[in-house]
Design a protein around this ligand. Sequence first.
Ligand code: PRP
Length: 173
Amino acid sequence: MRPGRVLVDEEAIATRLAEMGAEITADYEGKDLLLVAVLKGAFMMMADLARHILLPVDIDFMAVSSYGAATETSGVVRILKDLDQEIAERHVLIVEDIIDSGLTLDYLRRNLEVRQPASLEIATLLLKAGIQRVPIEVKYVGFEIPPDFVVGYGLDLVGKMRNLPYVAVMEED
Ligand code: PRP
Protein backbone atom coordinates (compact mmCIF):
# COMPACT_ATOMS: atom_id res chain seq x y z
CA MET A 1 0.00 0.00 0.00
CA ARG A 2 1.18 3.53 -0.72
CA PRO A 3 -0.38 7.01 -0.75
CA GLY A 4 -1.83 7.60 -4.22
CA ARG A 5 -4.33 10.15 -5.51
CA VAL A 6 -4.53 13.37 -3.51
CA LEU A 7 -8.09 13.71 -2.27
CA VAL A 8 -7.81 17.07 -0.49
CA ASP A 9 -4.77 19.19 -1.28
CA GLU A 10 -2.90 21.60 0.94
CA GLU A 11 -4.53 24.70 -0.50
CA ALA A 12 -8.06 23.31 -0.16
CA ILE A 13 -7.39 22.42 3.48
CA ALA A 14 -6.02 25.88 4.23
CA THR A 15 -8.96 27.64 2.54
CA ARG A 16 -11.56 25.50 4.29
CA LEU A 17 -9.94 25.83 7.72
CA ALA A 18 -9.91 29.62 7.32
CA GLU A 19 -13.66 29.50 6.61
CA MET A 20 -14.35 27.19 9.53
CA GLY A 21 -12.22 29.36 11.82
CA ALA A 22 -14.16 32.47 10.82
CA GLU A 23 -17.45 30.68 11.49
CA ILE A 24 -16.27 29.44 14.90
CA THR A 25 -14.95 32.93 15.76
CA ALA A 26 -18.39 34.41 15.05
CA ASP A 27 -20.27 31.66 16.91
CA TYR A 28 -18.18 31.81 20.10
CA GLU A 29 -17.55 35.56 20.37
CA GLY A 30 -17.63 36.53 24.06
CA LYS A 31 -17.70 32.91 25.27
CA ASP A 32 -15.15 30.87 27.21
CA LEU A 33 -14.11 28.37 24.51
CA LEU A 34 -12.03 25.25 25.11
CA LEU A 35 -10.77 23.34 22.06
CA VAL A 36 -10.29 19.63 22.72
CA ALA A 37 -8.28 17.65 20.17
CA VAL A 38 -8.31 13.88 20.09
CA LEU A 39 -4.77 12.52 19.72
CA LYS A 40 -3.02 11.57 17.74
CA GLY A 41 -4.73 12.22 14.42
CA ALA A 42 -6.12 15.66 15.25
CA PHE A 43 -2.80 17.30 16.15
CA MET A 44 -2.38 19.00 12.78
CA MET A 45 -6.01 20.05 12.45
CA MET A 46 -5.87 21.55 15.95
CA ALA A 47 -2.74 23.60 15.21
CA ASP A 48 -4.06 24.93 11.91
CA LEU A 49 -7.69 25.51 12.89
CA ALA A 50 -6.77 27.22 16.17
CA ARG A 51 -4.77 29.83 14.23
CA HIS A 52 -7.94 30.85 12.39
CA ILE A 53 -10.02 31.27 15.53
CA LEU A 54 -9.56 34.90 16.52
CA LEU A 55 -10.59 34.49 20.16
CA PRO A 56 -8.64 33.84 23.38
CA VAL A 57 -9.30 30.08 23.33
CA ASP A 58 -7.91 27.48 25.68
CA ILE A 59 -6.72 24.12 24.31
CA ASP A 60 -6.54 20.63 25.75
CA PHE A 61 -5.95 17.10 24.48
CA MET A 62 -7.38 13.65 25.01
CA ALA A 63 -5.88 10.38 23.90
CA VAL A 64 -8.12 7.40 23.36
CA SER A 65 -7.67 3.91 22.06
CA SER A 66 -10.19 1.53 20.61
CA TYR A 67 -10.22 -2.10 21.58
CA GLY A 68 -10.68 -4.83 18.98
CA ALA A 69 -9.44 -5.26 15.43
CA ALA A 70 -6.73 -2.77 14.53
CA THR A 71 -8.37 -1.63 11.31
CA GLU A 72 -11.90 -1.26 12.58
CA THR A 73 -13.26 0.73 15.49
CA SER A 74 -15.04 -1.51 17.96
CA GLY A 75 -16.85 1.29 19.73
CA VAL A 76 -15.29 0.33 23.04
CA VAL A 77 -12.99 3.21 23.86
CA ARG A 78 -10.37 3.46 26.56
CA ILE A 79 -9.13 6.84 27.73
CA LEU A 80 -5.31 6.89 27.69
CA LYS A 81 -5.05 10.58 28.55
CA ASP A 82 -7.92 12.56 29.97
CA LEU A 83 -8.37 16.34 29.88
CA ASP A 84 -6.15 18.35 32.21
CA GLN A 85 -8.99 20.64 33.16
CA GLU A 86 -12.59 20.75 34.28
CA ILE A 87 -15.14 21.57 31.59
CA ALA A 88 -18.26 22.26 33.67
CA GLU A 89 -19.98 25.46 32.48
CA ARG A 90 -17.46 25.89 29.67
CA HIS A 91 -18.05 25.84 25.92
CA VAL A 92 -16.25 22.81 24.51
CA LEU A 93 -15.46 22.18 20.86
CA ILE A 94 -14.03 18.76 20.02
CA VAL A 95 -11.55 18.94 17.14
CA GLU A 96 -11.19 15.76 15.08
CA ASP A 97 -9.38 14.85 11.90
CA ILE A 98 -11.92 12.29 10.66
CA ILE A 99 -15.24 10.70 11.50
CA ASP A 100 -15.58 7.19 10.17
CA SER A 101 -17.96 4.88 12.04
CA GLY A 102 -18.63 7.72 14.48
CA LEU A 103 -18.17 5.36 17.44
CA THR A 104 -15.17 7.20 18.92
CA LEU A 105 -16.99 10.52 18.96
CA ASP A 106 -20.22 8.99 20.15
CA TYR A 107 -18.35 7.65 23.15
CA LEU A 108 -16.44 10.90 23.73
CA ARG A 109 -19.55 13.02 23.48
CA ARG A 110 -21.33 10.94 26.08
CA ASN A 111 -18.24 10.89 28.30
CA LEU A 112 -17.85 14.67 28.19
CA GLU A 113 -21.57 15.48 28.48
CA VAL A 114 -21.61 13.89 31.93
CA ARG A 115 -19.20 16.65 33.02
CA GLN A 116 -21.88 19.23 32.18
CA PRO A 117 -20.19 21.67 29.81
CA ALA A 118 -22.15 24.80 28.84
CA SER A 119 -22.12 23.44 25.28
CA LEU A 120 -20.45 20.60 23.42
CA GLU A 121 -19.94 20.63 19.66
CA ILE A 122 -17.75 18.86 17.11
CA ALA A 123 -15.50 20.17 14.33
CA THR A 124 -13.97 17.64 11.94
CA LEU A 125 -11.85 18.11 8.87
CA LEU A 126 -13.18 14.96 7.18
CA LEU A 127 -16.48 13.13 7.38
CA LYS A 128 -16.88 9.82 5.59
CA ALA A 129 -20.34 10.43 4.18
CA GLY A 130 -23.21 8.15 5.10
CA ILE A 131 -21.35 5.33 6.83
CA GLN A 132 -21.74 6.26 10.49
CA ARG A 133 -22.97 3.41 12.66
CA VAL A 134 -24.52 5.80 15.14
CA PRO A 135 -26.25 9.10 14.50
CA ILE A 136 -23.77 11.87 15.18
CA GLU A 137 -24.36 15.61 15.11
CA VAL A 138 -21.39 17.50 13.73
CA LYS A 139 -21.52 21.29 13.71
CA TYR A 140 -18.46 22.04 11.57
CA VAL A 141 -17.43 19.74 8.71
CA GLY A 142 -14.47 20.49 6.45
CA PHE A 143 -15.06 17.97 3.69
CA GLU A 144 -17.38 15.04 3.13
CA ILE A 145 -15.36 12.24 1.54
CA PRO A 146 -16.05 8.75 0.17
CA PRO A 147 -15.31 5.76 2.42
CA ASP A 148 -11.77 5.17 1.07
CA PHE A 149 -8.77 4.51 3.29
CA VAL A 150 -7.05 7.89 3.51
CA VAL A 151 -3.77 9.04 5.03
CA GLY A 152 -1.99 12.31 5.65
CA TYR A 153 -2.74 15.50 7.52
CA GLY A 154 -2.72 13.62 10.83
CA LEU A 155 -4.10 10.32 9.51
CA ASP A 156 -1.75 7.37 9.65
CA LEU A 157 -0.93 4.00 8.16
CA VAL A 158 0.50 2.00 11.05
CA GLY A 159 1.80 5.17 12.66
CA LYS A 160 3.38 6.70 9.57
CA MET A 161 2.33 9.36 7.03
CA ARG A 162 0.65 11.66 9.53
CA ASN A 163 3.05 14.41 8.42
CA LEU A 164 1.87 14.57 4.80
CA PRO A 165 0.45 18.10 4.32
CA TYR A 166 -2.48 16.77 2.22
CA VAL A 167 -5.00 13.91 2.39
CA ALA A 168 -4.34 11.05 -0.03
CA VAL A 169 -6.11 7.80 -0.85
CA MET A 170 -4.13 4.62 -0.17
CA GLU A 171 -3.54 2.47 -3.23
CA GLU A 172 -2.16 -0.99 -3.84
CA ASP A 173 1.45 -1.05 -5.05
C1 PRP B 1 -9.10 7.93 14.18
C2 PRP B 1 -9.60 9.37 14.15
C3 PRP B 1 -10.80 9.32 15.03
C4 PRP B 1 -11.33 7.93 14.83
C5 PRP B 1 -12.48 7.95 13.91
O1 PRP B 1 -8.29 7.74 15.30
O2 PRP B 1 -8.63 10.27 14.61
O3 PRP B 1 -10.49 9.56 16.39
O4 PRP B 1 -10.28 7.13 14.25
O5 PRP B 1 -12.97 6.67 13.69
P1 PRP B 1 -14.46 6.26 14.09
O6 PRP B 1 -15.37 7.38 13.61
O7 PRP B 1 -14.67 5.00 13.30
O8 PRP B 1 -14.53 6.04 15.55
P2 PRP B 1 -7.45 6.40 15.56
O9 PRP B 1 -8.25 5.48 16.44
O10 PRP B 1 -6.98 5.87 14.25
O11 PRP B 1 -6.23 6.95 16.43
P3 PRP B 1 -5.13 8.04 16.03
O12 PRP B 1 -5.85 9.37 15.95
O13 PRP B 1 -4.15 8.00 17.15
O14 PRP B 1 -4.56 7.63 14.70
